[in-house]
Design a protein around this ligand. Structure first.
Ligand code: NAD
Length: 549
């Protein structure tokens, strides 16, 4: 039951439809609402200007405005007021576009009844309330909008849509750790988010970064769900993080922080519950401390509680390089599809950590010429090609790319806009945006990072014919070999590197072919096709398990 009277603004020029909608609103006993009705967009905008409207029910075709223009104008006039589109236009692409640009729901008047309308209003208000809180990060909005676009195209059931839009379980902790001087305590926030508990245990990395927040972790957990489902792995998605700058911590501080964070989330992780892995700012050593802390609590060694741990503790051969290796298997398949010969092709790599450095290495092995790379310290460019071996040596000695001889320094922004055949982004989210998408001059964009491309940029890249390997496909090599590591761990057996790479390639190429087939047959972009592959699998599993109790 909604606890107060919902103030609805109905913008509808057809008096018959307006009356019908008002009747339906009166027919839902759970909804108490006061409806104001106007029949012109100009009147609607004037009413919104006076405030005190909880939700807009919006017809898109009005005497003074048409289709998406109507939606854009209402969004601009009242950006925080949620909008449900009520329309007679049964057009899947328009519906997808409407939810992509911010409508909370797109309902067809012909299919409307009191229950579906009442439920859509309640779900919309629940979602709108989550905004403005810690959930509300641009990256979580991006993950939600991508999902909603796919859901609209799939005509996904309203209840399942609502279930998948927010994570099932979230743990927020705040905890202290001791600095090295033995006197100073520092208190930090930590998170563990499990998005879908339907498919098996949950799986996802742990990120240490000074900007980590609930919204970011929730977005990354959501993408993990679609990624695991796309790869047909028996996991739901999860993610964790601590809001801290790890580069400012000593090794012993990092160890104390990791052990305490592990203790804080210990009840919800475990080899059958939720299995962490490394992500930005964490590595094999952090996973070893996490495994040790968990094992000490239960009284025996439990290697399968984490993946991405050192091989001597039960880590898998090939895990460290798996994301970069997998990315390059997919770049090879995509290059073949678009008729690009990788031998001599010009490649640019943003980010030179785990994913970026292995990507550069494997691209070079495939015959590509690496003309530019970057990390947080600098970008470097040499049109004649850079030696990846020399780059690796320089970073091993100096911890960063800055100061690498024989190359021109460039900014990260300039690097993204270099003319090239393959651009691999392997650093942070939000790199290819509406601002620079027109100037991205690659044929193939490979998303090693999670969420590097905004929705607006996606549209521009698609229009310009750039072939995109979307993140949930492109960087899935990591979680796939993590799955192999977990399987080896719970069975106490080991596979050879050849077996690992063979299985990895087979799984990734199968997902690539399914995604490409769906994209071509349904005339979709690769990202939406990959999402629909993942979301369909999770939806089927949810339907089969039913609702408890
Ligand atoms: P990492 O910490 O090993 O490396 C990150 C790299 O990005 C570093 O070189 C860093 O200097 C650089 N960087 C940071 N800020 C930058 C900036 N503003 N501009 C340019 N470069 C910057 O992290 P990683 O594990 O390689 O992860 C990179 C991305 O790949 C993340 O988005 C992560 O979520 C994603 N990812 C990682 C894995 C994995 O197995 N590690 C798997 C899937 C996806």
């Amino acid at each position: 039951m909604v606890d107060h009277i919902v103030r609805l603004l109905l913008v509808e020029d057809n008096p018959l439809h307006a009356r019908l909608i008002q009747q339906l609103l009166g027919g839902d006993a759970q909804l108490r609402c006061a409806v104001e009705s106007v029949d012109r967009l100009s009147e609607g905008l004037a009413r919104l200007g006076r405030g005190a409207v909880d939700l807009v029910l919006l017809d898109l075709v009005l005497p003074d405005s048409q289709e998406l223009e109507t939606l854009f104008k209402v969004r601009a006039a009242a950006p925080d007021t949620p909008i449900i589109v009520l329309t007679s236009m049964d057009d899947v692409r328009l519906a997808a576009r409407a939810v992509e640009v911010g409508a909370y729901a797109y309902l067809l008047k012909t299919q409307l009844n009191a229950i579906s309308l009442g439920r859509a209003i309640r779900y919309t208000l629940a979602r709108a309330r989550a905004h403005g809180g810690e959930w509300d990060a641009p990256i979580f909005r991006l993950a939600q909008q991508q999902f909603l676009k796919a859901a609209q195209i799939m005509n996904l059931d309203d209840n399942i849509r609502q279930r998948l839009l927010f994570p099932q379980r979230t743990q927020v902790v705040s905890f202290p750790f001791l600095r090295d001087d033995q006197q100073q305590l520092e208190t930090v926030f930590g998170y563990r988010v499990q998005h879908v508990l339907t498919m098996g245990p949950t799986k996802g990395g742990i990120r240490y970064h000074e900007d980590v927040g609930l919204g970011e972790v929730a977005a990354l957990a959501t993408w993990m769900t679609w990624k695991c489902a796309l790869m047909k792995l028996p996991f739901g998605g999860a993610k964790g993080g601590v809001r801290v700058d790890p580069t400012g911590l000593s090794n012993s501080e990092l160890q104390r922080l990791t052990r305490r964070y592990t203790a804080e989330i210990i009840n919800i992780i475990g080899p059958d519950k939720d299995i962490p892995a490394p992500d930005l700012g964490t590595n094999e050593q952090v996973m070893a401390w996490l495994m040790d802390t968990y094992s000490k609590q239960v009284g025996y060694a439990v290697p399968a509680v984490v993946t991405g741990k050192p091989v001597v503790l039960g880590g898998s051969l090939g895990r460290k390089e798996a994301t970069g290796r997998g990315l390059v298997y997919l770049v090879e398949a995509a290059a073949q599809h678009i008729g690009l010969d990788l031998k001599g092709a010009k490649a640019v790599v943003q980010g030179f950590g785990n994913v970026g450095s292995f990507t550069a290495q494997f691209l070079a092995e495939a015959g590509a010429k690496i003309i530019a790379v970057s990390d947080v310290s600098t970008g470097i460019y040499n049109p004649d090609g850079l030696s990846v071996e020399a780059l690796l040596k320089h970073v091993a000695a100096h911890r960063e790319l800055k100061g690498f001889p024989g190359a021109e320094p460039i900014s990260n922004a300039e690097l993204l806009e270099l003319p090239c055949d393959v651009l691999a982004v392997a650093a942070l989210q939000n790199q290819v945006t509406a601002e620079n998408a027109e100037r991205i001059r690659c044929r193939l964009l490979a998303e090693g990072a999670n969420g590097p491309t905004t929705l607006e940029a996606d549209d521009v890249l698609n229009e310009r014919g750039v072939f995109v390997l979307p993140d949930i496909l492109a960087n899935a090599g990591g979680v796939t070999v993590s799955y192999f590591e977990w399987v080896q761990g719970i069975q106490n057996l080991t596979w050879t590197l050849e077996e690992i790479n063979q299985r990895l390639k087979a799984i990734l190429l199968d997902a690539f072919q399914r995604t490409l087939h769906r994209a071509e047959t349904c005339k979709l972009d690769m990202r939406t096709a990959a999402l629909i592959e993942g979301v369909s699998r999770v939806t089927e599993a949810k339907r089969l398990r039913g609702v408890f109790p």
